[in-house]
Design a protein around this ligand. Sequence first.
Ligand code: NAP
Length: 303
Amino acid sequence: MNKQEKKLLSGKPVAARILNFCAESIAKRLSAGLAAPGLAIVRVGANEEDLAYETRILRDCSKIGIRPVTFSLPATISAGEFIVHIQKLNQDPSVQGILVFRPLPEHLDTDEIAHSIAPEKDVDCMNPINLKKLITGDRSAVLPCTPEAVIEILKHYGHNLSGRNVVIVNRSLVLGKPLALMLLNENATPTICHSRTVDLKKITRKADIVVVGVGQACYFDGTFFAPESIVIDVGINTKEDGSMSGDLDFEDVAPVVDAVTPVPGGVGAVTTAVLLRHVVNAMEAGNFSKNPEYSCTSSCSSI
Ligand code: NAP
Protein backbone atom coordinates (compact mmCIF):
# COMPACT_ATOMS: atom_id res chain seq x y z
CA MET A 1 0.00 0.00 0.00
CA ASN A 2 1.52 3.37 -0.96
CA LYS A 3 1.51 6.53 1.20
CA GLN A 4 -1.47 8.03 -0.63
CA GLU A 5 -3.57 4.85 -0.17
CA LYS A 6 -2.66 4.78 3.53
CA LYS A 7 -3.80 8.36 3.94
CA LEU A 8 -7.04 8.14 1.94
CA LEU A 9 -9.03 5.31 3.47
CA SER A 10 -11.15 4.53 0.43
CA GLY A 11 -14.06 2.17 1.03
CA LYS A 12 -13.89 0.83 -2.51
CA PRO A 13 -11.27 -1.95 -2.10
CA VAL A 14 -12.84 -2.95 1.22
CA ALA A 15 -16.29 -3.23 -0.35
CA ALA A 16 -14.88 -5.06 -3.40
CA ARG A 17 -13.25 -7.72 -1.20
CA ILE A 18 -16.51 -8.32 0.72
CA LEU A 19 -18.63 -8.40 -2.45
CA ASN A 20 -16.22 -10.90 -4.05
CA PHE A 21 -16.68 -13.20 -1.08
CA CYS A 22 -20.48 -12.84 -1.44
CA ALA A 23 -20.43 -13.46 -5.20
CA GLU A 24 -18.38 -16.65 -4.76
CA SER A 25 -20.74 -18.02 -2.09
CA ILE A 26 -23.80 -17.30 -4.22
CA ALA A 27 -22.21 -18.80 -7.35
CA LYS A 28 -21.57 -22.04 -5.40
CA ARG A 29 -25.19 -22.10 -4.26
CA LEU A 30 -26.49 -21.54 -7.78
CA SER A 31 -24.22 -24.21 -9.24
CA ALA A 32 -25.68 -26.63 -6.68
CA GLY A 33 -29.10 -25.92 -8.24
CA LEU A 34 -30.36 -23.85 -5.29
CA ALA A 35 -32.13 -20.50 -5.44
CA ALA A 36 -30.35 -17.17 -5.01
CA PRO A 37 -30.83 -15.54 -1.60
CA GLY A 38 -33.49 -12.85 -1.22
CA LEU A 39 -33.29 -9.50 0.56
CA ALA A 40 -36.48 -7.63 1.47
CA ILE A 41 -35.96 -3.86 1.68
CA VAL A 42 -38.74 -2.15 3.62
CA ARG A 43 -38.96 1.61 3.26
CA VAL A 44 -41.60 4.02 4.56
CA GLY A 45 -42.03 7.13 2.42
CA ALA A 46 -39.32 8.23 0.00
CA ASN A 47 -36.71 10.45 1.61
CA GLU A 48 -33.64 11.25 -0.46
CA GLU A 49 -31.09 9.46 1.76
CA ASP A 50 -33.14 6.25 1.90
CA LEU A 51 -33.54 6.28 -1.87
CA ALA A 52 -29.79 6.79 -2.39
CA TYR A 53 -29.00 3.89 0.00
CA GLU A 54 -31.59 1.72 -1.74
CA THR A 55 -30.07 2.46 -5.15
CA ARG A 56 -26.63 1.38 -3.88
CA ILE A 57 -28.07 -1.82 -2.42
CA LEU A 58 -29.93 -2.70 -5.64
CA ARG A 59 -26.79 -2.03 -7.73
CA ASP A 60 -24.64 -4.28 -5.53
CA CYS A 61 -27.32 -6.99 -5.34
CA SER A 62 -27.36 -7.21 -9.12
CA LYS A 63 -23.53 -7.44 -9.21
CA ILE A 64 -23.42 -10.50 -6.95
CA GLY A 65 -26.73 -12.27 -7.56
CA ILE A 66 -28.90 -11.46 -4.54
CA ARG A 67 -32.62 -11.09 -5.35
CA PRO A 68 -33.83 -7.83 -3.80
CA VAL A 69 -37.53 -7.09 -3.27
CA THR A 70 -38.39 -3.51 -2.36
CA PHE A 71 -41.46 -2.59 -0.33
CA SER A 72 -42.30 1.08 -0.42
CA LEU A 73 -44.90 1.58 2.30
CA PRO A 74 -47.09 4.69 2.60
CA ALA A 75 -46.08 7.25 5.26
CA THR A 76 -49.57 6.79 6.78
CA ILE A 77 -49.14 3.05 7.46
CA SER A 78 -50.18 1.94 10.97
CA ALA A 79 -47.91 -0.09 13.26
CA GLY A 80 -50.30 -3.05 13.00
CA GLU A 81 -50.22 -3.08 9.20
CA PHE A 82 -46.45 -2.70 9.22
CA ILE A 83 -46.00 -5.65 11.56
CA VAL A 84 -48.29 -7.89 9.51
CA HIS A 85 -46.12 -7.04 6.54
CA ILE A 86 -42.96 -8.02 8.43
CA GLN A 87 -44.57 -11.27 9.63
CA LYS A 88 -45.25 -12.26 6.03
CA LEU A 89 -41.59 -11.70 5.21
CA ASN A 90 -40.54 -13.70 8.29
CA GLN A 91 -42.51 -16.63 6.88
CA ASP A 92 -41.38 -16.30 3.29
CA PRO A 93 -38.68 -18.95 2.61
CA SER A 94 -37.42 -16.97 -0.41
CA VAL A 95 -36.40 -14.09 1.88
CA GLN A 96 -33.17 -14.57 3.84
CA GLY A 97 -32.74 -10.99 5.03
CA ILE A 98 -35.09 -8.15 6.06
CA LEU A 99 -33.84 -4.56 6.13
CA VAL A 100 -36.09 -1.84 7.55
CA PHE A 101 -34.86 1.69 6.83
CA ARG A 102 -34.46 3.92 9.89
CA PRO A 103 -35.47 6.33 11.24
CA LEU A 104 -39.13 5.38 10.95
CA PRO A 105 -41.85 8.07 11.05
CA GLU A 106 -42.64 9.20 14.60
CA HIS A 107 -46.10 7.60 14.75
CA LEU A 108 -44.52 4.13 14.38
CA ASP A 109 -42.98 2.52 17.45
CA THR A 110 -39.51 1.47 16.25
CA ASP A 111 -39.08 -0.87 19.23
CA GLU A 112 -42.29 -2.75 18.48
CA ILE A 113 -41.36 -3.11 14.84
CA ALA A 114 -37.80 -4.19 15.69
CA HIS A 115 -39.24 -6.94 17.90
CA SER A 116 -41.35 -8.24 15.01
CA ILE A 117 -38.39 -8.99 12.70
CA ALA A 118 -37.29 -12.63 12.96
CA PRO A 119 -33.81 -12.43 14.57
CA GLU A 120 -32.24 -14.76 11.99
CA LYS A 121 -33.47 -12.52 9.14
CA ASP A 122 -32.58 -9.28 10.92
CA VAL A 123 -29.61 -8.21 8.79
CA ASP A 124 -29.05 -4.83 10.54
CA CYS A 125 -29.27 -5.79 14.23
CA MET A 126 -32.63 -4.15 14.94
CA ASN A 127 -34.21 -6.95 16.98
CA PRO A 128 -33.36 -6.69 20.72
CA ILE A 129 -32.34 -10.37 20.68
CA ASN A 130 -29.48 -9.45 18.36
CA LEU A 131 -28.70 -6.26 20.30
CA LYS A 132 -28.43 -8.34 23.48
CA LYS A 133 -25.97 -10.68 21.76
CA LEU A 134 -23.90 -7.64 20.81
CA ILE A 135 -23.95 -6.38 24.42
CA THR A 136 -22.90 -9.75 25.83
CA GLY A 137 -20.17 -10.19 23.20
CA ASP A 138 -21.84 -13.30 21.70
CA ARG A 139 -19.96 -13.92 18.47
CA SER A 140 -23.10 -15.26 16.73
CA ALA A 141 -24.58 -11.72 16.79
CA VAL A 142 -25.54 -10.18 13.45
CA LEU A 143 -23.86 -6.80 13.85
CA PRO A 144 -25.31 -3.46 12.74
CA CYS A 145 -23.96 -2.71 9.26
CA THR A 146 -22.58 0.84 9.64
CA PRO A 147 -20.48 0.26 12.79
CA GLU A 148 -19.24 -3.00 11.28
CA ALA A 149 -18.23 -1.08 8.14
CA VAL A 150 -16.22 1.38 10.27
CA ILE A 151 -14.28 -1.49 11.86
CA GLU A 152 -13.80 -3.24 8.47
CA ILE A 153 -12.18 -0.10 7.06
CA LEU A 154 -9.85 0.39 10.01
CA LYS A 155 -8.74 -3.25 9.91
CA HIS A 156 -8.36 -3.31 6.14
CA TYR A 157 -5.86 -0.44 6.35
CA GLY A 158 -3.96 -2.14 9.19
CA HIS A 159 -5.08 0.10 12.05
CA ASN A 160 -4.86 -2.00 15.15
CA LEU A 161 -7.72 -1.24 17.56
CA SER A 162 -6.43 -2.85 20.74
CA GLY A 163 -5.58 -0.21 23.31
CA ARG A 164 -6.47 2.73 21.03
CA ASN A 165 -8.53 5.68 22.20
CA VAL A 166 -11.48 6.00 19.85
CA VAL A 167 -13.85 8.96 20.05
CA ILE A 168 -17.28 8.56 18.43
CA VAL A 169 -19.29 11.73 17.87
CA ASN A 170 -22.75 10.13 17.76
CA ARG A 171 -24.87 8.25 20.30
CA SER A 172 -27.58 6.77 18.06
CA LEU A 173 -28.55 3.10 17.98
CA VAL A 174 -27.56 2.97 14.32
CA LEU A 175 -23.97 4.09 14.96
CA GLY A 176 -22.52 5.34 18.24
CA LYS A 177 -23.87 2.95 20.86
CA PRO A 178 -23.27 -0.32 18.98
CA LEU A 179 -19.91 0.89 17.67
CA ALA A 180 -18.73 1.58 21.23
CA LEU A 181 -19.66 -1.99 22.22
CA MET A 182 -17.95 -3.45 19.16
CA LEU A 183 -14.82 -1.44 19.93
CA LEU A 184 -14.80 -2.78 23.49
CA ASN A 185 -14.90 -6.28 22.01
CA GLU A 186 -11.79 -5.25 20.02
CA ASN A 187 -10.08 -4.07 23.25
CA ALA A 188 -10.17 -0.41 22.22
CA THR A 189 -11.12 2.38 24.66
CA PRO A 190 -14.19 4.13 23.21
CA THR A 191 -15.58 7.53 24.26
CA ILE A 192 -19.01 8.64 23.05
CA CYS A 193 -19.68 12.35 22.44
CA HIS A 194 -22.96 14.04 21.47
CA SER A 195 -24.64 17.41 21.16
CA ARG A 196 -24.34 18.15 24.91
CA THR A 197 -20.65 17.28 25.12
CA VAL A 198 -18.63 20.16 26.50
CA ASP A 199 -15.45 21.16 24.64
CA LEU A 200 -15.76 18.53 21.92
CA LYS A 201 -12.62 19.74 20.17
CA LYS A 202 -10.48 19.10 23.24
CA ILE A 203 -11.70 15.47 23.28
CA THR A 204 -11.41 14.75 19.56
CA ARG A 205 -7.89 16.22 19.38
CA LYS A 206 -6.66 13.74 22.02
CA ALA A 207 -8.05 10.61 20.33
CA ASP A 208 -6.11 8.15 18.16
CA ILE A 209 -9.19 7.52 16.03
CA VAL A 210 -12.25 9.80 15.60
CA VAL A 211 -15.53 8.58 14.09
CA VAL A 212 -17.93 11.39 13.21
CA GLY A 213 -21.64 11.05 12.38
CA VAL A 214 -23.52 14.20 13.36
CA GLY A 215 -25.36 14.62 10.05
CA GLN A 216 -24.16 18.18 9.32
CA ALA A 217 -22.20 18.91 6.15
CA CYS A 218 -18.65 20.25 6.71
CA TYR A 219 -19.18 20.57 10.49
CA PHE A 220 -15.64 19.47 11.41
CA ASP A 221 -12.66 21.46 10.16
CA GLY A 222 -8.97 20.64 10.68
CA THR A 223 -8.87 22.24 14.14
CA PHE A 224 -10.82 19.28 15.60
CA PHE A 225 -7.95 16.90 14.90
CA ALA A 226 -4.26 16.26 15.57
CA PRO A 227 -1.60 15.29 12.99
CA GLU A 228 -1.76 11.63 14.20
CA SER A 229 -5.60 11.44 13.97
CA ILE A 230 -7.27 8.73 11.93
CA VAL A 231 -10.68 10.10 10.97
CA ILE A 232 -13.71 8.11 9.81
CA ASP A 233 -16.57 10.17 8.37
CA VAL A 234 -19.92 8.37 8.57
CA GLY A 235 -22.03 11.43 7.76
CA ILE A 236 -24.02 11.53 4.54
CA ASN A 237 -25.42 14.98 3.79
CA THR A 238 -26.82 16.66 0.73
CA LYS A 239 -25.45 20.16 0.23
CA GLU A 240 -27.48 23.07 -1.16
CA ASP A 241 -25.98 22.52 -4.62
CA GLY A 242 -27.21 18.91 -4.54
CA SER A 243 -23.76 17.37 -4.06
CA MET A 244 -23.05 14.79 -1.37
CA SER A 245 -20.85 15.60 1.62
CA GLY A 246 -19.77 13.97 4.83
CA ASP A 247 -19.52 15.75 8.19
CA LEU A 248 -15.93 16.79 7.48
CA ASP A 249 -14.71 19.83 5.64
CA PHE A 250 -12.60 17.35 3.70
CA GLU A 251 -10.30 19.87 1.98
CA ASP A 252 -9.42 21.39 5.35
CA VAL A 253 -9.11 18.13 7.31
CA ALA A 254 -7.27 15.83 4.87
CA PRO A 255 -3.95 17.76 4.83
CA VAL A 256 -3.68 17.92 8.63
CA VAL A 257 -4.49 14.32 9.71
CA ASP A 258 -2.76 10.96 9.34
CA ALA A 259 -5.62 9.23 7.48
CA VAL A 260 -9.22 9.98 6.52
CA THR A 261 -12.20 8.40 4.71
CA PRO A 262 -13.76 10.23 1.73
CA VAL A 263 -17.49 10.84 1.15
CA PRO A 264 -18.70 9.47 -1.20
CA GLY A 265 -16.59 6.32 -1.54
CA GLY A 266 -15.93 5.72 2.15
CA VAL A 267 -18.10 4.16 4.86
CA GLY A 268 -21.28 4.11 2.72
CA ALA A 269 -19.84 1.73 0.13
CA VAL A 270 -18.67 -0.67 2.83
CA THR A 271 -21.97 -0.50 4.75
CA THR A 272 -23.81 -1.81 1.68
CA ALA A 273 -21.29 -4.62 1.19
CA VAL A 274 -21.51 -5.62 4.86
CA LEU A 275 -25.31 -5.71 4.62
CA LEU A 276 -25.13 -8.09 1.65
CA ARG A 277 -22.60 -10.27 3.48
CA HIS A 278 -25.18 -10.59 6.28
CA VAL A 279 -27.71 -11.83 3.69
CA VAL A 280 -25.18 -14.36 2.39
CA ASN A 281 -24.39 -15.51 5.94
CA ALA A 282 -28.13 -15.97 6.55
CA MET A 283 -28.33 -17.98 3.30
CA GLU A 284 -25.41 -20.18 4.41
CA ALA A 285 -27.18 -20.77 7.72
CA GLY A 286 -30.28 -21.95 5.79
CA ASN A 287 -32.38 -19.27 7.40
CA PHE A 288 -36.11 -19.19 7.55
CA SER A 289 -38.03 -18.51 10.71
CA LYS A 290 -38.72 -21.62 12.79
CA ASN A 291 -39.63 -19.62 15.88
CA PRO A 292 -43.41 -19.65 16.49
CA GLU A 293 -43.13 -16.14 17.96
CA TYR A 294 -42.35 -14.90 14.46
CA SER A 295 -44.92 -17.05 12.69
CA CYS A 296 -47.46 -15.60 10.34
CA THR A 297 -50.77 -14.96 12.09
CA SER A 298 -54.11 -15.53 10.40
CA SER A 299 -54.24 -11.81 9.54
CA CYS A 300 -51.13 -12.20 7.33
CA SER A 301 -53.13 -13.28 4.38
CA SER A 302 -55.22 -10.11 4.48
CA ILE A 303 -52.36 -7.89 3.23
P1 NAP B 1 -28.92 10.85 14.48
O1 NAP B 1 -29.75 9.80 15.13
O2 NAP B 1 -29.52 12.19 14.18
O3 NAP B 1 -27.63 11.07 15.42
C1 NAP B 1 -26.80 12.17 15.28
C2 NAP B 1 -25.87 12.18 16.48
O4 NAP B 1 -24.97 13.28 16.34
C3 NAP B 1 -26.59 12.35 17.81
O5 NAP B 1 -26.01 11.52 18.79
C4 NAP B 1 -26.37 13.83 18.14
O6 NAP B 1 -26.33 14.11 19.52
C5 NAP B 1 -24.99 14.04 17.53
N1 NAP B 1 -24.79 15.45 17.21
C6 NAP B 1 -25.54 16.24 16.42
N2 NAP B 1 -25.01 17.48 16.36
C7 NAP B 1 -23.90 17.47 17.13
C8 NAP B 1 -22.92 18.44 17.46
N3 NAP B 1 -22.99 19.68 17.01
N4 NAP B 1 -21.90 18.06 18.28
C9 NAP B 1 -21.82 16.82 18.76
N5 NAP B 1 -22.71 15.85 18.47
C10 NAP B 1 -23.74 16.18 17.67
O7 NAP B 1 -28.32 10.33 13.11
P2 NAP B 1 -27.82 8.86 12.69
O8 NAP B 1 -28.95 8.06 12.17
O9 NAP B 1 -26.97 8.28 13.75
O10 NAP B 1 -26.90 9.25 11.43
C11 NAP B 1 -25.83 10.14 11.58
C12 NAP B 1 -25.23 10.48 10.22
O11 NAP B 1 -24.69 9.28 9.66
C13 NAP B 1 -26.23 11.00 9.18
O12 NAP B 1 -25.56 11.92 8.35
C14 NAP B 1 -26.59 9.76 8.39
O13 NAP B 1 -26.99 10.09 7.07
C15 NAP B 1 -25.27 9.05 8.37
N6 NAP B 1 -25.34 7.61 8.18
C16 NAP B 1 -24.47 7.07 7.32
C17 NAP B 1 -24.44 5.70 7.12
C18 NAP B 1 -23.41 5.12 6.22
O14 NAP B 1 -23.49 3.97 5.89
N7 NAP B 1 -22.40 5.88 5.82
C19 NAP B 1 -25.37 4.88 7.76
C20 NAP B 1 -26.26 5.46 8.68
C21 NAP B 1 -26.24 6.84 8.90
P3 NAP B 1 -27.65 13.97 20.45
O15 NAP B 1 -27.84 12.52 20.67
O16 NAP B 1 -27.29 14.74 21.67
O17 NAP B 1 -28.78 14.59 19.67
